[in-house]
Design a protein around this ligand. Structure first.
Ligand code: SAH
Length: 197
């Protein structure tokens, strides 16, 4: 499947119905989701994919469309119901698990693809995700707020990982919450690929 086709399909998936601000629920914009997953495909990273904080499932579903066995984890039941519906629409089977990522365990490590909370609403919400990703992943793709490099590099090193790629992109975010004034705005983010050494 071509990236553009994937992107167009991902545009048709449903987002959060009642986004919960405390959980920092934002859908990854389809062009960014397609870009990450296509890179993972080209790097041969799409075997077992763990999507931590899968929300409405865009990353897990995109991975499955490119051949991965995808597992999505989220605390929010409502989001998982939408993710399930989206997976049916995409005609892929993905495993969906309701759990806090802190308590999520796997029997086999795989590739983690995650767009975690940035820890803006709840301090350290992002740290829980990076720690879990570095525990259950052999390869990790993770989106972070700008100027996370020092922190991510330290955590990666401590857990025996190296950063192989770092993309700095402007993520177009749709208006999700009433306090957002514009219909969408660009948020600069950093996307990392890390690999267990
Ligand atoms: N991955 C989705 C959603 C990103 S928003 C996408 O790319 O579109 C972050 C998601 O993390 C939300 O769905 C939220 O419910 C979930 N989340 C936040 N804290 C969590 C935690 N401690 N455990 C599991 N999921 C969590």
């Amino acid at each position: 499947m071509k990236k553009r086709k994937l992107e167009i399909f991902l545009e048709s998936l449903d987002g959060f119905k009642n986004p919960k601000i405390t959980l920092e629920q934002y859908v990854t914009p389809p062009p960014i989701a397609a870009e990450i997953v296509m890179n993972a495909y080209l790097n041969k990273d799409l075997n077992i994919v763990y999507d931590l904080g899968c929300g409405t499932g865009i990353l897990a579903i995109a991975s499955a469309l490119l051949g991965a066995y995808s597992v999505g984890v989220d605390v929010d039941k409502e989001a998982l119901i939408i993710a399930k519906r989206n997976s049916i629409k995409a005609e892929v089977e993905i495993e969906l698990i309701q759990n806090d990522v802190r308590f999520f365990e796997v029997s086999k490590r795989g590739t983690v693809i995650t767009n975690p909370p940035f820890g803006i609403q709840k301090r350290f919400a992002d740290r829980i995700f990076i720690e879990k990703a570095l525990e259950i992943g052999d390869v990790v793709y993770s989106i972070h707020s700008i100027e996370s490099e020092e922190f991510i590099t330290k955590r990666a090193r401590a857990k025996g990982f190296k950063i192989t790629h770092l993309w700095k992109v402007k993520m177009p975010l749709r208006k999700t919450y009433s306090f957002h004034e514009k219909p969408f705005k660009y948020i600069p983010v950093e996307i990392y690929r890390m690999e267990r050494i």
